[in-house]
Write a protein that binds this ligand. Sequence first.
Ligand SMILES: Nc1ncnc2c1ncn2[C@@H]1O[C@H](COP(=O)(O)OP(=O)(O)OP(=O)(O)O)[C@@H](O)[C@H]1O
Length: 340
Amino acid sequence: MISIEGLKKIFSLEKKDIVAVDNLNLNVADGDIYGVIGYSGAGKSTFVRLINRLEEPTTGTIKIGDQVITSLSKKDLRIARQDIGMIFQHFNLLWSRTVAENIEFPLEISGVEKSDRKKRVLELIELVGLAGKENAYPAQLSGGQKQRVGIARALANSPKVLLCDEATSALDPETTNQILRLLQDINEKLGLTIILITHEMHVIRKICNRVAVMEQGKVVEEGTVLDVFTRPKQPVTQKFVEQLTGPDEEEEDMTELKERYQEGALLRIQFLGESANQTVISQLVKNFDIHVNILQGKITQTQVGSYGTLIVQLIGNQLKEAMQYLEEQDVIELEVIQHA
Ligand SMILES: Nc1ncnc2c1ncn2[C@@H]1O[C@H](COP(=O)(O)OP(=O)(O)OP(=O)(O)O)[C@@H](O)[C@H]1O
């Protein structure tokens, strides 16, 4: 468990102070893939660099397990950092070293015997899918392969926590997906806790179970990805959710839909992400004398199930019963837009 309390970072410049992280509190459970999202300048990078004290906090406490990172001496911090791996947007590889030598580097620093190092490097190369590239130099690799080296190097000392600082922002969408799948794989296989910062909502959607939204150095909203997606409270969160669902043009369309589909009932069904929600519509058609006319909608997948909204028209003899059935389903939220 990572717990962060009252974390603050002020950069003192000549003319003014910049509060990059402002009284931030956060708890991350073991095994979480925890996303932190925010626009440029929100303080995400500073925050993630404070966790392993690449930046020194101005005030606040960071605890990882039983260890209070913020009170460690420089020497103890060096040892503690072996439990905290980190990957970066621009990979930060050593360009004059081969793939194998890059991955071996942290093992050298932590004093692992040469024969054990070689064995561990081979394991890591397998784990991240770089077999055959051991002797290549970073310049000979694609972006995705470079990040795989970054991941292998970060995992070399078997850390408990992996910090990802915009790790996929320099990659194309397909490579991004491959790297996200790898991170998910590692999280499952090794039980590693991952904190991932990003400005892209689809990254959060793909692999995170929880998310914090940062604005002006503070966490303004936090929760399970599904809760935050389905009920965004803050304007900044609503904007991020729109990255996935498109701007909310629904209300404009609604007048037209109401006019065009006056028969039966016009409903907005919001899917809340449980896996069971897939069957709601098919059960409806199967069990009731009813037609379901899907008029509009967008459904997308998250880690735990689908979420999104459908606008449907129900027509038929058992309209009342069908609507009652929908109201009883707690995997959806129902709103009656119009009822003839
Ligand atoms: N070393 C530094 N010295 C002075 N100001 C800094 C330093 N690092 C960051 N800042 C300032 O702190 C604020 C937060 O920056 P930070 O890089 O953490 O944000 P971010 O959300 O990661 O944005 P980006 O994705 O653009 O990096 C910004 O106003 C930035 O200018």
